[in-house]
Design a protein around this ligand. Structure first.
Ligand code: OXT
Ligand code: MG
Length: 468
C-alpha cells in the first residue's frame, strides 16, 4: 500500500513555528513503514512514485509513505515536459530465483523426513503461486496447515489439510517446511510445548527471516513461486524414487482429524437458545460454502477464533482478518476496500467490541451502496457479557457493554438494511437475502453472553505470576 499525503510547509514545520496541521509526517512515518519519501519538486513526482511502487511491492511487500508538502502542490509543469518525467515501472516485483544449493539442501532434508509437515502462511497466499503450491502438496502428499489468511489457498476441505489436528501435528512432525509463514507468536515462536524437536525448512523472500526465533536448517530464499517450482523440479528429477510420508503418520493425523471433525459437527448441530457462537457460525459456514467467491472479513476474539476454525474457505485470498498483530478496527476499512477491489459480496463477521473500533464506516458502506453484509456477534461485551466489576463499584466491568444494544438501527439510520437475528434460521434468512440483494446490511446476531472465553485463544499469553 502506498499512502500519498499532503503536508505542511517544510520551513514552518522544521522551525516548529506552528503551522496549520503541523506535524513532521515524514519523520513519523519512517519507523513505521517499509519506506518513506518526500517529493519537493514537480519534476521529481515521477521518480517519487516509481520509488514508492518498487519499495511497496518488491521483495517482502510493505507500506510506503509519500510526502507531498504544500509548496509542491502549487507547482506546475508543461504537459509535455511533465510527461517526460513520468516513469513506467518495469518489472516492479522481480522474481528472485533461489540458489540451487539451497534447494538441494532443502530437498535432502525433506526426503529424509518420516513425519513431514508444510505450513502455509499469508506470504504463500500473497505470492499467487497457487498452482505450484498445490502441486507441491499433492505430489509429495505432505499434510499441511494453513495459517489464517492462507486458508483457501487449497480448499479447507482438502484431504491433506491437518488444520483439525493442529495440536497433534506441530509437536509430532520431524521436518516442517514453512512457506511464507513466520515463526512469530502465532506459531509460538517455533518453541515450547507446542513444538517438538523438528528441523525446519523455511521458504521466504526475506533472507533475514531465517533464524528469527529458532535455527533454520534449510533456508530457501527467493520468491515463493520460483522456490516452489525449483523444489518441484528436484522432486520430478527423483522420479518414482521420491519418498512418501509414512503411512503411520498419515493414519495418525487422519484419526485425530476424524475425531475433532466429528466433535465439531456435534457442537455445530446444536440449536441452543440463545444462539451461541457455534450455532451462528454453522449458518455462516453454509453461506460461505454457497458463495465461495465472497470475501470474508473477520475480527474480534471469540468471534475471530471460532470463525477461523469453523468457516471453511474454498478459494485463495478470500479471507482477510486481524492478521499478525491481532489489531481490532480493521474490519470496516477492509470491508469497504474488499467490496470495491473485488466487486464480490463481502461478509464481515465482527465481535461487538471489534465492530465498535470502526463502526461508523457503515455510513461509507451505505453512501457507496456497497455489497457488504456485516454480522455482529453481539454477546454484550469483550469475550462475554457477564464479567463483574472487580472493584465492587456500581459501574459494570470494563469488558461489559450496554446489554441488548440494537446495532442494526445504526445501519437503518443511513438507509441500509438492519436486521436483528436471535435464531440460526433468522440469521440464515438475513444473510441469504443480503448476499442475494447486494444491499448494505447489518445483522445484529444475538449471542449467548456466557458463551465466550476470557480472551479467545490467547489466554496463554497472559503473564504468569512468579509467586507460587
Ligand atoms: O488441535 P486442537 O485440539 O488444539 O484444536 C484446534 C484445531 O485442531 C481445531 N480445528 C478444527 N476442528 C474441527 N474441524 C475443523 N475444521 C477445525 N479447524 C481447526 O480447532 C482448534 C483451534 O484451531 P486453530 O485456531 O487453528 O488453533 P489455535 O491453537 O487456536 O491457533 C493458534 C493461533 C495463535 C494461530 C490462533 O489462535 C490465532 O490465529 N490466534 C489469533 C488471535 C488474535 O489475533 N486475536 C485477536 C486479538 S485478541 C485481543 O487482543 C483483543 N482486544 C484487544 C485490542 C486489540 N486487539 N486491538 C486494539 C486496537 N485494541 C485492543 C480486544 C479489544 S480482542 C478484543 C475485542 C474482543 O471482543 P469482541 O466483542 O470483539 O469479541 P468476542 O470475544 O466475540 O466477544
Ligand atoms: Mg463480544
Amino acid at each position: 500500500m502506498i499512502l500519498i499525503s499532503g503536508s505542511s510547509e517544510r520551513e514552518i514545520v522544521d522551525l516548529q513555528q506552528g503551522d496549520y496541521e503541523e506535524m513532521d509526517q515524514l519523520a513519523i512515518a519512517k519507523p513505521l513503514c517499509k519506506a518513506a519519501f518526500r517529493v519537493l519538486h514537480a519534476e521529481d513526482i515521477g521518480i517519487g512514485v516509481a520509488r514508492a511502487i518498487r519499495a511497496a511491492v518488491s521483495g517482502r511487500p510493505g507500506g510506503v509513505y509519500l510526502d507531498l508538502p504544500a509548496k509542491l502542490l502549487a507547482q506546475s509543469l508543461d504537459t509535455e515536459a511533465g510527461a517526460k518525467t513520468l516513469i513506467k515501472v518495469v518489472d516492479p516485483a522481480p522474481r528472485q530465483i533461489p540458489a540451487p544449493d539451497a534447494i538441494q539442501r532443502a530437498l535432502r532434508l525433506l526426503a529424509g523426513a518420516k513425519r513431514p509437515l508444510i505450513i502455509l502462511g499469508k506470504g504463500a497466499a500473497y505470492a499467487q503461486a497457487d498452482t505450484e503450491i498445490r502441486a507441491l502438496i499433492e505430489q509429495t502428499r505432505i499434510p499441511y496447515l494453513p495459517m489464517s489468511m492462507a486458508k483457501g489457498l487449497l480448499p479447507d476441505t482438502h484431504e491433506q489439510s491437518a488444520a483439525a489436528a493442529r495440536s497433534y501435528v506441530l509437536p509430532e512432525a520431524d521436518v516442517v517446511m514453512l512457506v511464507g509463514a513466520r515463526l512469530n507468536w502465532l506459531l509460538s515462536h517455533g518453541k515450547g510445548k507446542t513444538w517438538g524437536r523438528q528441523k525446519f525448512i523455511q521458504i521466504d523472500i526475506s533472507p533475514t527471516e531465517a533464524d528469527s526465533n529458532v535455527p533454520i536448517d534449510a533456508p530457501v530464499i527467493g520468491d515463493i513461486g520460483s522456490c516452489v517450482s525449483a523444489l518441484l523440479d528436484g522432486i520430478k528429477a527423483a522420479g518414482g524414487g521420491w519418498p512418501q510420508p509414512s503411512a503411520d503418520w498419515l493414519g495418525a493425523i487422519s484419526e485425530r482429524k476424524g475425531k475433532n471433525i466429528a466433535k465439531m459437527a456435534q457442537t455445530l448441530a446444536g440449536n441452543p437458545t440463545p444462539m451461541n457462537f457455534h450455532s451462528a457460525l454453522n449458518v455462516v459456514r453454509d453461506i460461505v460454502k454457497a458463495n465461495p467467491e465472497a470475501m470474508l472479513v473477520n475480527e474480534g476474539a471469540n468471534a475471530l477464533d471460532f470463525t477461523r476454525s469453523i468457516v471453511d474457505m474454498y478459494k485463495p485470498r478470500k479471507r482477510i482478518d486481524v492478521g499478525t498483530w491481532g489489531v481490532m478496527g480493521i474490519g470496516m476499512g477492509f470491508a469497504v476496500a474488499a467490496a470495491i477491489e473485488s466487486g464480490q459480496p463481502v461478509i464481515a463477521i465482527e465481535g461487538d467490541s471489534a465492530f465498535g473500533f470502526s463502526g461508523m464506516e457503515v455510513e461509507t458502506i451505505c453512501r457507496y451502496n456497497l455489497p457488504v453484509c456485516i454480522v455482529i456477534f453481539n454477546n454484550n461485551g469483550v469475550y462475554k457479557g457477564t464479567d463483574v466489576n472487580p472493584s465492587g463499584g456500581p459501574d459494570v466491568a470494563p469488558t461489559v457493554f450496554v446489554k441488548g444494544a440494537r446495532y442494526e438501527l445504526l445501519m437503518q439510520a443511513f438507509g441500509g438494511v438492519g436486521v436483528q437475528a436471535t435464531t440460526p434460521a433468522e440469521l440464515r434468512k438475513a444473510m441469504e437475502e443480503a448476499v442475494r440483494s447486494r444491499k448494505p446490511t447489518l445483522i445484529n446476531a444475538v449471542i449467548d453472553e456466557t458463551a465466550g472465553t476470557e480472551s479467545g485463544r490467547i489466554t496463554s499469553l497472559n503473564p504468569k505470576s512468579a509467586k507460587k
